[in-house]
Ligand binder design. Structure first.
Ligand code: PBG
Length: 332
C-alpha cells in the first residue's frame, strides 16, 4: 500500500462511499438502557449529574418505557431505591421489594421487553457496601447466600436475565445453583465479570443512593491497573456458568474489552457508566464539544473494541439519532 497507487481518501469522498466501507455499526438492538426505580408512587426526580435521567416510581417508569420499546431497544437494566435499608439488605430480596414490583409491572405492559436486574446489595444496605460487613470489610461467603436469594426473588418476579454486579468471589456459581434448584435453569446470568473500582461511578451512586458510608470498594472491585486479572475474573465467571460477560466501565477500559473479546467467545457486554455519560453531557452543556457527535463516536469505539452489547444512559438518544438523524441533519 504505497502512495500514489493507493490513495486512502478515494473511499472517503462521499457519505455513501464511507458507509459502504464502514467496518463497525451501531444498532438499536445492541443497547441496554438502565433505569433507577424509586419506591412509592408519582415520583419522577431529575438527576442533576445525569441530564435526561430520573428516579422513577414503577408506574411512571412503565410510561417512560413507551418510546424505547417503540424504537426497538430490546432490554432495560433495573436498579432499585428502596424505602428502608438495613445491615442485612433485606429489601434486596423482599417479595414486594421495589425492583420485584417494577419487574411485574413492566412485564405486564411490555411482555417482549427483556428485563435485566442488577443483583447487588449496596442499594439496600445502610452502610452502602455490596455485602454483609465483618471487621470493616465485606464478608464474601455469607454475602453469597444473600445474592443468590436476591437473584431468585427477581426470577420469581419475572426477570429475564439477572446481572450480579457485586464482585464477590463465587457469586455466579451460587446464583446458578439457587436458580437451578428452583426451576430457573433456563434463566441467563449476565456477570459483571471485570468490574473496576472506578471513580466514574460517581453520578450513579448519587442516583441510586448507594455510596459506601465508610471506606471504598477496592477490596472487592478490581484495581484499574490490571488486565491479566480481568481475564482470570472472566474465566472464573465462565466456569461458574455465566451466559454473558461484562467489562465495566467501558471507555477507560477499551483495551480490556479488546483482550476479553479475543480470549472468550461468549456474548460480551460493556457498561458505558454514569461518569462517562456525565462527562459528555457536561462538556456539551458548556458548548465545549458537540454532544451528539461525541456520544456516537464514544459508543462506536466500544463496539470497535469488541463489545456485542452496550449498557448506556445514551441508548435512547443514540436510537433517536440512528433512526431519525441528528438534530443538525433534521433541521436541513
Ligand atoms: C452496584 C453498581 C454500581 C454501578 C452498577 N451497579 C455502583 C458501584 O459499584 O458502586 C455503577 C453504574 C454506573 O456508574 O453507571 N454495585
Amino acid at each position: 500500500m504505497h502512495f500514489p497507487e493507493y490513495r486512502a481518501r478515494r473511499l472517503r469522498r462521499t457519505e455513501t462511499l464511507r458507509s459502504m466501507v464502514r467496518e463497525v455499526h451501531l444498532n438499536v438492538q445492541d443497547f441496554i438502557l438502565p433505569y433507577f426505580v424509586h419506591h412509592g408512587k408519582g415520583i419522577k426526580t431529575p438527576l442533576p449529574s445525569m441530564p435526561g435521567h430520573f428516579q422513577l416510581s414503577a408506574e411512571l417508569l412503565v410510561k417512560e418505557l413507551r418510546e424505547p420499546v417503540d424504537r426497538g431497544i430490546p432490554a432495560v437494566l433495573l436498579f432499585g431505591i428502596p424505602e428502608t435499608k438495613d445491615s442485612a439488605a433485606s429489601g434486596a430480596h423482599a417479595k414486594n421489594g421495589v425492583v420485584q414490583q417494577a419487574i411485574r409491572r413492566i412485564k405486564d405492559a411490555y411482555p417482549d421487553l427483556v428485563v435485566i436486574t442488577d443483583v447487588c446489595l449496596c442499594e439496600y444496605t445502610d452502610h452502602g457496601h455490596c455485602g454483609v460487613i465483618r471487621n470493616n470489610d465485606v464478608d464474601n461467603d455469607p454475602t453469597l447466600d444473600l445474592l443468590a436469594k436476591t437473584a431468585l426473588s427477581h426470577a420469581y418476579a419475572g426477570a429475564d436475565i439477572v446481572a450480579p454486579s457485586d464482585m464477590m468471589d463465587g457469586r455466579v456459581a451460587a446464583i446458578r445453583e439457587s436458580l437451578d434448584e428452583s426451576g430457573f435453569e433456563w434463566l441467563p446470568i449476565m456477570a459483571y465479570s471485570a468490574k473496576y473500582a472506578s471513580g466514574f461511578y460517581g453520578p450513579f451512586r448519587e442516583a441510586a443512593q448507594s455510596a459506601p458510608q465508610f471506606g471504598d470498594r477496592r477490596s472487592y472491585q478490581m484495581d484499574p491497573a490490571n488486565t491479566d486479572e480481568a481475564l482470570r475474573e472472566v474465566s472464573m465467571d465462565v466456569e461458574e456458568g455465566a451466559d454473558l460477560i461484562m467489562v465495566k466501565p467501558a471507555l477507560p477500559y477499551l483495551d480490556v474489552i479488546w483482550r476479553v473479546r479475543n480470549a472468550f467467545d461468549l456474548p460480551l457486554v460493556a457498561y458505558n457508566v454514569s461518569g462517562e455519560f456525565a462527562m459528555i453531557k457536561a462538556a456539551a452543556q458548556n458548548g465545549w464539544i458537540d454532544g451528539d457527535r461525541c456520544m456516537m463516536e464514544a459508543l462506536t469505539s466500544i463496539r470497535r473494541a469488541g463489545a456485542d452489547l452496550i449498557i448506556s444512559y445514551h441508548a435512547l438518544e443514540a436510537a433517536r439519532i440512528l433512526q431519525d438523524g441528528t438534530k443538525a441533519s433534521r433541521k436541513k
